[in-house]
Write a protein that binds this ligand. Structure first.
Ligand SMILES: Cc1ncc(COP(=O)(O)O)c(C=O)c1O
Length: 410
């Protein structure tokens, strides 16, 4: 149906109103979050009276540390509720700089090289938007965190999904075959990886160095899980490994996982000053600044970071071992190594059904919510992700239920 929209100088402009939608073509291209979709399915079942065990949500189950909570309240009472400067409070940037110096011996300029963002997520998006020109390629290894493809779409980057290798390591041949000296490229690494738990080896780091040297590759390193590493690891941040190539590196991290401050929406980027200037413009155009009192809480969290790491080390290695034991006791499920983060990326062989169907079946028949492997990339089909950021009792009960379900279908 065509409609005259307006008449001006006797020129009639016809608009096909049936083709118009209320939403833009760019938003229509976004896929949305499968994690959120499963979470809301589980919530719906809960509202119907089912007792659901949530193994889908990627958030730690411990409370933020007491001094952090007290600092949050104090900051609110002291009126730290206004905007702050856009790069984030200088006091917080200095605390981050000090932490990297004390922990890793690194010198980072808080004025130009650190930006505080509203969650690591905004830091990643800002990094994409700042450094990748429209349609330049962004390479990401599968399995990859569910949000990356949509973030790449927002930034206008050409997302190249690298199919998964069995041991979840970087597919060096694939990466190299996509690089050429006259084409700017970015490789996103998520170390440790959500969902596989893979931690980069020194051989992989060596490969990254060579690719930077040969192709001027940009590296965006999402290190949000870097305090959850269960193996003797030679490094916690790529900054120590790529100190000579700092112009090619952007590190993103945040307070959500180490300090269980997911709702504070607080993160940071470390980059060259040039990139820092770009990220600043992104912040000014989007959020203006992160929440004032949350930034004060962040300073306190960093002061107590050894305590936070102790909380993690007291809880998570034991749960990880229980996950290995439970999977070993369940026929039709297997898992490789879990070197970091707090997820098990489980391969299933008890059915040929696609992972989305299996995850829905497990939710309906076993009342356990898990995420289908497909959400992390096409090549991650045949897997399920569970989190072990839940109590040991919940994990054990979830596996009892899953075992009963598997026995019924085999
Ligand atoms: C790999 C990865 N990066 C970034 C984030 C987001 O962190 P934030 O909550 O600080 O935005 C998550 C959250 O689940 C994640 O899994």
């Amino acid at each position: 149906m065509y409609k005259n929209t307006f008449i001006q100088n006797k020129i009639v402009i016809l608009v096909n109103i049936e083709e118009r939608t209320l939403t833009s073509s760019q938003i229509n291209k976004l896929a949305g979050s499968p994690t959120a979709e499963f979470f809301s399915l589980a919530k719906k079942r809960e509202a119907e009276g089912y007792d659901i065990i949530h193994l889908e949500i990627g958030q730690p189950d411990f409370q933020p540390m007491k001094p952090v909570l007290e600092e949050t309240i104090k900051a609110i009472q002291e009126g730290k509720t206004t905007y702050t400067v856009s790069p984030g409070l200088m006091e917080l940037r200095e605390s981050i700089s000090r932490a990297y110096e004390e922990d890793y011996g690194l010198k980072i300029d808080p004025q130009n090289e650190i930006r505080i963002t509203s969650g690591a997520k905004l830091g990643i998006l800002a990094s994409f938007y700042t450094t990748i020109d429209r349609n330049e390629q962004l390479m990401v290894c599968e399995p990859a965190w569910v949000s990356y493809p949509d973030m790449a779409r927002i930034a206008g980057a050409k997302y190249i999904s690298i199919p998964m290798k069995e041991d979840f390591s970087l597919d060096q041949d694939f990466i190299q075959s996509n690089l050429s000296a006259d084409k700017a490229s970015t490789l996103l690494v998520n170390n440790p990886n959500n969902p596989s738990g893979h931690v980069l080896t020194s051989k992989e780091v060596q490969f990254i160095k060579e690719m930077i040297e040969d192709y001027n590759l940009t590296i965006i390193s999402d290190e949000i899980y870097n305090d959850y590493i269960y193996i003797e690891s030679p490094f916690n941040t790529l900054l120590t490994e790529l100190d000579n190539w700092r112009e090619n590196l952007i590190v993103v991290n945040g307070f959500a996982k180490t300090y269980s401050m997911t709702g504070y929406r607080l993160g940071w980027t470390i980059s060259s000053s040039d990139v820092g200037r770009g990220i600043l413009k992104f912040i000014q155009a989007s959020t203006s600044c992160p929440t004032n009192f949350c930034q004060w809480a962040g300073i306190n969290a960093l002061q107590n970071r050894l305590q936070a790491r102790k909380i993690i080390n007291d809880i998570f290695p034991e749960r990880r071992q229980i996950i290995f034991d439970e999977i070993a006791n369940t026929s039709g499920l297997s898992v490789g190594s879990i070197d970091g983060a707090f997820y098990a990326f489980i391969k299933y062989s008890f059915t040929d059904k696609p992972s989305e169907e299996v995850a829905k079946d497990i939710l309906i028949n076993a009342n356990v919510c898990v995420i289908p492997g497909k959400a992390f990339g096409k090549s991650a089909e045949g897997f399920l992700r569970i989190t072990f950021s839940r109590s040991i009792e919940e994990i054990k009960e979830a596996f009892n239920r899953i075992r009963t379900y598997i026995e019924k279908c085999t």
